[in-house]
Structures are given as structure tokens and as C-alpha cells.
Ligand binder design. Structure first.
Ligand code: NAD
Ligand code: GLY
Length: 358
């Protein structure tokens, strides 16, 4: 097992990465927990519910289950209320601990529920998708979607621990692996050029979930994310770089309707567009932008944006937490492994989207 530590003003917490972590889950239950509530979805419950139940039983606490419908389209107030109904229905108190068992959708919603229930109860992230293991379970961003914008309602709220079992990736569909790899390669683009080159060299091994390659990629991604979050938990500056590709990506997700493109797919395509914009606005070497496009394609994500209509792109992109006034701010790359946040006029972005077919 490997441990990465996340340091925030509220305290430190560990990310444990290894095989068989599900079986060790009881160790992450605080001794004074009065009860556990496992928040998951129907798909993950069917796959891993019994194993998790057996593992948690060793902690000797009452265990309650909340099974949500599966899908990005259910990252809503209704699902959140379903969690509150279950917690209140079971009369769980402030010392209850939530266990977020699933991908980023479950993790974001369970985290938000933990932040709100009785003004805050403890929770543990048990991410079961590659995307959730390398990104969403780490760093305490929790949220639900709004029909007008992605992740617009939420809170910063850190988990007690993140338990990453690499074995559960074996049941992920190939499309979900590709989507998770988009967030993996993102770290190389924004913060670690050597890791980017390593991803280029190991792309087939990563897609095949080769044990050694995937363990290294998850660990390096968690180290880089922990490094960023430890410096800027609440995104007052540096943390925004983790949003590389997301301004375009979130517009794709909300523009097409949540769940049409996977989050990682939209981010992958968004990174290709953001790299092209970086060539124009930050003088990025076009050869680097070409490498970024080639890598996004090689991991199996789309590189051509959907035709949303040019005006609509800007309406959608303006609904973004980085927007200031009416100015859309993009994460751009001055070079490979370096990132910055910058406002760019719509008139400069329009030709790029038009040329890409957007
Ligand atoms: P997801 O949670 O929808 O999971 C993808 C699919 O895989 C679902 O159908 C799920 O049921 C299934 N699944 C989960 N684990 C499985 C397993 N082991 N085997 C088989 N199937 C499994 O999607 P995701 O890509 O994990 O997460 C995307 C969400 O994460 C988006 O809502 C995005 O906004 C959010 N996100 C949040 C942050 C953050 O910092 N909080 C960062 C990135 C993404
Ligand atoms: N995924 C973006 C962030 O955690 O800040």
C-alpha cells in the first residue's frame, strides 16, 4: 500500500492506494462513529455492496445503505434529498460517518450531503472509477449540478480519508477508463512534463490497466493533486489550474445534456481546445498542442467538439465559477507542464471554435 498525504488548513488526511483496500475499510472508521451510512448507486452496490458490507461489519457499527440511481443526470437536489431522507429516517446523529462508495457522481453528492447534514458529519471517500481515484475523491470539492450549470451548487468539505482499491478498476467499461485517463494526462499537461511524456510512452499499458502502470499513474496523479490542494484548498489561485479543459468541457456536458458525453470525455476534448487557445493567447509551441491532441486521441477520448452553436458555447461557458463579471477565464498553458488562468475575449475564441466545428 502507498500513502499520499493531503494537508489542508482543517487538518491532514491520508489517501491509501493499493489492492484489496475494500477489505481493509473497517480501519478507516473512526472509533467514536455511532453509525455508518454507505452512499452508493445501484451499479456499484450490485458489484461491490456485499464485499463492502462484510468489510465494514468488522467495525461493529450499524450500517445503513443509500442506493441512488446511476448517472450524471441524477447529480441533483432530488438525489441529495434522498440521502437526507435516509439519514434522518434512520435517526443518524452527528457522529455518524458517511462512506462514499462509487465514482465522482456519488462522491461529489455524498460529500455535499456530509457537508450539510447536521451542519457537517465526517465522511470517507471510497472511489471506484479511475476518474474518481485520480481526481474527484481528493481535495474536498463537493457539488450537485444545476440545469443551468455544472457543479454550480456545492461546498468545499474534506473527507477523513480516501481509500483507493485498484482492483475495482477491473470491472470498469473501457469508455470509463478512457474518461479517467483524461484527468490523469491533465496533470502532466499542467504540472509535470515528465509525467506527460511517461503517459505518452505507456498509453497502451494504461488503457489495458497494466498493474504497474496504473498504480504509478494513480499515485502520481494523487501526489500532484495533493500538492495543489495543499497550497490552495479553496481555489483562490493555483487550484484553478486543475480546471484545464473544463471551461470548454463543462459547456459540452451541460449543452448536450448531462450524461451524453462522460465528464472525462468532455474534459479531454476541452483540453485539446484549450491547448489550441494557448497557442494563440500564450504562445504555446504548436508542436506541444499537437502532442496534447494526439495523447487525448490515444487514450480514447474525442478531440472534436460537438456543434452547440457558437453563441450558445459562450452562454454556456459564461456559467462557470472562474467567470469574473462577463469575462470568461480559461486555464492556458504557456508551456508543457505550466499553467495559468487568463481572460480571453470571445472574439478571439470564436474562430477557434468555428474551425473545430463547434
Ligand atoms: P460516475 O460517477 O458517473 O461513474 C461512471 C460510471 O461507472 C457509472 O455508471 C458508475 O456506476 C460506474 N462505476 C463506478 N465504479 C465502477 C466499477 N468499479 N466498475 C464498474 N462500473 C463502475 O462518473 P465519474 O467519471 O467517476 O465521475 C464524474 C463526476 O465527477 C462528474 O460529475 C464530475 O463533475 C465529477 N468530478 C468532480 C471532481 C471534484 O474535484 N470533486 C473532479 C473531477 C470530476
Ligand atoms: N477537479 C478540480 C479540482 O479539484 O479543483
Amino acid at each position: 500500500m502507498h500513502t499520499v498525504s493531503v494537508a489542508t488548513p482543517g487538518g491532514h488526511y491520508p489517501i491509501h492506494i493499493g489492492r484489496g483496500r475494500l477489505e481493509a475499510l473497517a480501519a478507516s472508521v473512526p472509533a467514536d462513529a455511532t453509525a455508518l451510512a454507505v452512499i452508493t448507486n445501484t451499479t456499484v452496490a450490485d458489484l461491490y455492496g456485499q464485499r463492502v458490507h462484510d468489510a465494514l461489519a468488522a467495525a461493529g457499527k450499524p450500517i445503513h445503505w443509500v442506493r441512488l440511481p446511476d448517472g450524471e443526470q441524477y447529480k441533483t437536489w432530488d438525489s441529495l434529498n434522498q440521502i437526507f431522507d435516509a439519514l434522518l429516517g434512520a435517526a443518524l446523529d452527528r457522529k455518524a460517518v458517511l462512506i462514499a462508495l462509487g465514482g465522482g457522481v456519488v462522491g461529489d453528492m455524498a460529500g455535499f450531503a456530509a457537508a450539510c447534514y447536521m451542519r457537517g458529519v465526517r465522511f470517507v471517500q471510497v472511489p471506484t472509477t479511475l476518474l474518481a481515484q485520480v481526481d474527484s475523491s481528493v481535495g474536498g470539492k463537493t457539488a450537485i449540478n444545476h440545469p443551468l450549470g455544472k457543479n454550480m451548487i456545492g461546498a468545499f468539505y474534506q473527507p477523513q480519508a480516501v481509500e483507493i482499491d485498484l482492483q475495482v478498476l477491473a470491472t470498469l467499461p473501457a469508455r470509463e477508463i478512457s474518461a479517467g485517463l483524461a484527468e490523469v494526462v491533465k496533470y502532466g499537461m499542467i504540472a509535470d512534463a515528465a509525467f506527460f511524456a511517461w503517459c505518452e510512452a505507456h498509453v497502451q499499458a494504461l488503457r489495458a490497466l497494466d498493474d504497474e502502470a496504473i498504480a504509478y499513474a494513480v499515485r502520481r496523479a494523487c501526489e500532484l493533486k495533493a500538492w495543489v490542494v495543499s497550497q490552495d484548498e479553496r481555489e483562490s489561485g493555483l487550484r484553478a489550474i486543475l480546471n484545464f479543459g473544463h471551461t470548454f468541457g463543462h459547456a459540452i456536458e451541460s449543452g448536450l445534456g448531462y450524461g451524453q458525453w462522460l465528464h472525462g470525455e468532455a474534459v479531454g476534448c476541452g483540453m485539446v481546445l484549450a491547448a489550441q487557445l494557448s497557442v494563440q493567447a500564450r504562445g504555446l509551441d504548436p508542436a506541444v498542442a499537437a502532442r496534447i491532441q494526439a495523447l487525448v486521441q490515444a487514450i480514447g477520448c474525442p478531440v472534436r467538439p460537438p456543434a452547440l452553436g457558437l453563441d450558445r458555447w459562450f452562454d454556456l461557458m459564461r456559467v462557470d465559477k472562474k467567470t469574473e463579471g462577463r469575462h470568461i477565464r480559461y486555464v492556458l498553458l504557456p508551456g508543457l507542464g505550466q499553467a495559468c488562468l487568463q481572460a480571453v475575449d470571445d472574439d478571439k475564441v470564436r474562430p477557434l471554435l468555428a474551425a473545430a466545428g463547434g
